[in-house]
Design a protein around this ligand. Structure first.
Ligand code: LMR
Length: 394
């Protein structure tokens, strides 16, 4: 049977992580996979997460099954975190999923169940897993213009022009904040325009918010999403606790559906539960139990928010350092985009040849397409990154 298989293409992010691991050079620099690292180069377990995990280990009465929707207290808390204060909040239903990729797939399967002819529009470029997940569910994928590599900003007029053509058979996939891979976010004016168009034209907004808290703050990063949730009749959201709780390997995320009324949202949730049963049955509990505990215990929650703000502050400090050291080395402002972008990533516009040279000559690993994970940098590595970038002609 398996002799019929061709070798599959490699995932550009995960294969780079393996190549980095196997590189023996001690001064290698990993700007690839999206993980936060502290100044010691470690991806830390957040203090509130460790406390909650220790307490759960001592008090959790059982490891028996939880249920197809996962932890319902987690589902409620994560929905409140995103939708509190919006009209859509009371018409929403959520299911816990294995990470945001699990949520993306469950929501894509739901859309394919409801409207198999739907086209999902993703930004050009978008998170490398968006297209495979959507196509895996049998949906058609097309791209809308997004990033202008010459300005390193969003080409908002081209984006809005394409979105103005969408209709009821279309799904518009948006990044809630901290756009992956580019780091360039859309303005609040564009969120407003997209909201008006969604209401008028009837396309389904699908927001992937995997980095809440890594842009301008936990509440601020949900501003665009809340504009939509306040106005549109239907919407779906994929969210993740990988980054803002540092629970990467625990695969903790949620799929949220806003329906025209609560009964429709709950019906959609029942469909997702059936879809989950047909794939992984139910999500792992550990990460969701930790998050539910943190979000519902004020002292833990305050500690978590403070640490998250600290991580965010460190990323912005690294961005500022990149800007100032590039300015000093080039006497120009052409790297100022590092300071304008938000979240973990920036797209640099480096070519495949330049990336290869960076890897070969400097041991600097950057994802294909030129995405740099600023959150993975250390202060000491910045001068070498500047040197390497300039040496390859950035
Ligand atoms: C990334 O974009 O680097 C992360 O979200 C890891 C992943 O799942 O691809």
């Amino acid at each position: 049977m398996f002799n019929r298989l061709e070798a599959p293409g490699q995932d550009p992010i995960l294969s780079l992580a393996l190549a980095f691991r196997d590189d023996p050079r001690p001064d290698k620099i990993d700007l690839g996979i999206g993980v936060y690292r502290n100044s010691e180069g470690v991806t830390p377990i957040m203090t509130a997460v460790r406390k909650a995990a220790v307490e759960l280990a001592q008090t959790q009465p059982s490891k028996s099954y939880v249920g197809l929707a996962g932890d319902e207290q987690f589902n409620q808390s994560i929905t409140d975190l995103l939708l509190q204060g919006t009209a859509g909040h009371a018409r929403s239903a959520a299911i816990q999923t294995p990470g945001a990729s699990g949520a993306l797939r469950m929501l894509a399967d739901l859309i394919a169940t409801a409207r198999p002819e739907a086209t999902v529009w993703i930004s050009r470029p978008s998170y490398v897993n968006h297209q495979p997940v959507m196509e895996g569910a049998g949906l058609t994928v097309r791209e809308y213009p997004y990033f202008d590599v010459s300005t390193k900003q969003v080409d908002e007029s081209a984006m809005l022009e394409q979105i103005s053509q969408l209709g009821p058979d279309d799904v518009l996939l948006l990044h809630g904040c901290c756009h992956n891979p580019t780091g360039a976010d859309i303005s609040m004016e564009s969120w407003q325009r997209i909201t008006e168009m969604a209401v008028k034209q009837g396309f389904l907004p699908f927001v992937d918010i995997a980095y809440q808290g890594f842009g301008d703050g936990l509440h601020e990063d949900g501003s665009g999403l809340r504009l939509l949730a306040d106005a549109v009749p239907e919407m779906v959201i994929a969210t993740s606790c990988s980054k803002n709780f540092g629970l990467y390997r625990e695969r903790t995320g949620a799929a949220i559906v806003i329906g025209e009324d609560l009964a429709q949202a709950q019906k959609a949730k029942a469909h997702i539960q059936r879809l989950a049963r047909g794939t992984y049955t139910m999500p792992p509990d550990h990460g969701a139990a930790i998050v539910a505990k943190i979000l519902n215990e004020p002292a833990l929650r305050a500690e978590w928010e403070q640490e998250l703000n600290g991580m965010n502050g460190r990323i912005n400090h690294l961005r500022a350092e990149l800007v100032s050291q590039f300015r000093a080395a080039t006497d120009s402002d052409r790297f100022d985009y590092f300071g304008q972008h938000r979240g973990m990533f920036s797209v640099t516009g480096l070519s495949a040849e330049q990336l290869q040279q960076l890897k070969d000559d400097f041991g600097i690993y950057v994802v294909a397409g030129g995405r740099v994970n600023v959150a993975g940098l250390s202060e000491q590595a910045i001068p070498r990154v500047v040197e390497g970038f300039l040496a390859v002609g950035a």
